[in-house]
Design a protein around this ligand. Structure first.
Ligand SMILES: Cc1cc2nc3c(=O)[nH]c(=O)nc-3n(C[C@H](O)[C@H](O)[C@H](O)COP(=O)(O)OP(=O)(O)OC[C@H]3O[C@@H](n4cnc5c(N)ncnc54)[C@H](O)[C@@H]3O)c2cc1C
Length: 303
C-alpha cells in the first residue's frame, strides 16, 4: 500500500501532524519507538490544558485523539532507513518491514548530551533540568546549581536569576570569559570553575556537588546547559539543509529543502517546548495536505 504520508516520531510534533493530515482525509502512519528526550521527567509544564501531566500521559491523550480516525495508524517501531526514489519514499523498520509513502514528516526530536559527571543521570529530569521555562517554577527560591561548560553560562545564569537569588555557576573545569565572571559576581552569582567529581543525590533529589579540590557544595537542585544532537540521521542523509545550530531548515509549512520531506518539532533546533512542537507539527501537517491536494489537482488537469 502506498501511504499518503509517513510520520517518523510520535511525540507532540508527530501526533499533532498526524491529526491534521488524517483530518485532511489522507492515509497516514506514525512510527514511534518511544524514546523521547523528556522521558526522564515526572511532570511536563507550560503546555496549556496539559500542565503537570507526565510526558507519557500527554502522548497517550494525543494517541486517544487519533483513534477515532480510521485512516491514522500508530506503529511502535523504529525506522532504520529511508530511501527516496522518483518522489516516493521507502521506509524500513527495525523488524525488516517496508512501507512506501508519498510524503514523509520527520518529527524525530533531539537527544541531550549531558556532561560526563558521575551521578548526573540520577538527578536529570528529577531535580536537575535543562529549561527554566519548563521547570523553573518548581525550583523557585531554592539553592540552585547551574552546570554550564560553555559560554552559554552567562545567558542561562541571567535567566535563572529570575527564579532564584541563590545560584552558583559550575563550569566543571572550563574557563568562563573574565568579563562574564565579573558581571555574574556583581549580581551575587558565584562562579566555581573547579571540575565536578560527582553529584550526590538521594532518590533523584540532588544534595551536593563534590569538587576535584575536595570541597562539597550543598545545593537543592539545578539546571544544566546540555548539548544536543538529532535523534535520527534522516534529514542529513536525504540531503536536507541544516541550520547553523544543527536543526533542520524548514519554511512555515514544515517543508525542508528536499521535496516531499517535511520536518517539525525539536529537531528544527528552535526553543524546545511541547506546545511549540505540537504547533510545528500542525504546520507540517498543513504543508503535506497543501502539497498532496496541489498534486492531485495537477494530475487531474493533465488527464
Ligand atoms: C528533561 C526535559 C524536561 C522537559 N520538560 C518540558 C516541560 O516541562 N515542558 C515543555 O514544554 N517541554 C519540556 N521539554 C521539552 C520537550 O520534551 C520537547 O520540546 C518535546 O518533547 C519535543 O517534541 P517532539 O515531538 O519534537 O520530540 P519528542 O517528544 O522527543 O518525540 C520524538 C519521538 O520520535 C521518536 N523517534 C526518533 N527517531 C525515531 C525513529 N528512527 N523511528 C521511530 N521513532 C523515532 C522518539 O522515540 C520520540 O518518541 C523537556 C525536555 C527535557 C529534556
Amino acid at each position: 500500500m502506498l501511504l499518503d504520508c509517513a510520520i517518523i516520531g510520535g511525540g507532540p510534533a508527530g501526533l499533532s501532524a498526524a491529526l491534521v493530515v488524517g483530518r485532511g482525509r489522507k492515509q497516514v502512519i506514525v512510527f514511534d519507538d518511544e524514546l523521547p528526550r523528556n522521558r526522564v521527567t515526572q511532570e511536563s509544564h507550560g503546555f496549556i490544558t496539559n500542565d503537570g501531566m507526565t510526558p507519557f500521559e500527554i502522548r497517550r491523550a494525543g494517541e486517544a485523539d487519533l483513534q477515532k480516525y480510521p485512516n491514522i495508524k500508530i506503529k511502535r517501531s523504529r525506522i532504520v532507513d529511508i530511501q527516496k526514489k522518483e518522489e516516493r519514499f521507502t521506509l524500513l523498520t527495525h523488524e525488516g518491514d517496508t512501507f512506501k509513502a508519498k510524503k514523509i514528516i520527520l518529527a524525530t526530536g533531539l537527544q541531550d548530551i549531558l556532561p560526563e559527571i558521575e551521578g548526573i543521570h540520577d538527578v536529570y529530569g528529577k531535580t536537575l533540568f535543562s529549561c527554566p521555562f519548563c521547570d523553573g517554577w518548581e525550583l523557585k527560591d531554592k539553592e540552585l546549581a547551574l552546570i554550564a561548560e560553555s559560554q552559554r553560562a552567562l545567558h542561562m545564569a541571567k535567566l535563572l536569576s529570575n527564579w532564584t537569588k541563590d545560584l552558583i555557576v559550575f563550569t566543571n573545569g572550563h574557563v568562563l570569559a573574565e568579563e562574564d565572571k565579573v558581571l555574574l559576581t556583581a549580581h551575587s552569582i558565584q562562579v566555581i570553575d573547579v571540575p565536578i567529581v560527582s553529584i550526590d543525590q538521594d532518590n533523584g533529589q540532588l544534595r551536593s556537588l563534590q569538587l576535584a579540590n575536595g570541597e562539597t557544595v550543598k545545593r537543592e537542585g539545578g539546571f544544566v546547559a546540555s548539548e544536543f544532537k538529532q535523534s535520527a540521521p534522516f534529514a542529513e542523509k536525504l540531503g536536507c539543509q541544516m541550520t547553523k545550530n544543527a536543526g533542520i531548515e524548514t519554511d512555515i509549512l514544515g517543508r525542508t529543502t528536499v521535496s516531499g520531506v517535511f520536518a517539525c518539532g525539536d529537531n528544527l533546533g528552535g526553543p524546545a517546548q511541547l506546545v511549540l512542537a505540537a504547533a510545528a507539527g500542525s504546520q507540517a501537517g498543513m504543508g503535506v495536505i497543501h502539497e498532496l491536494v496541489q498534486e492531485e489537482f495537477q494530475e487531474k488537469t493533465s488527464l
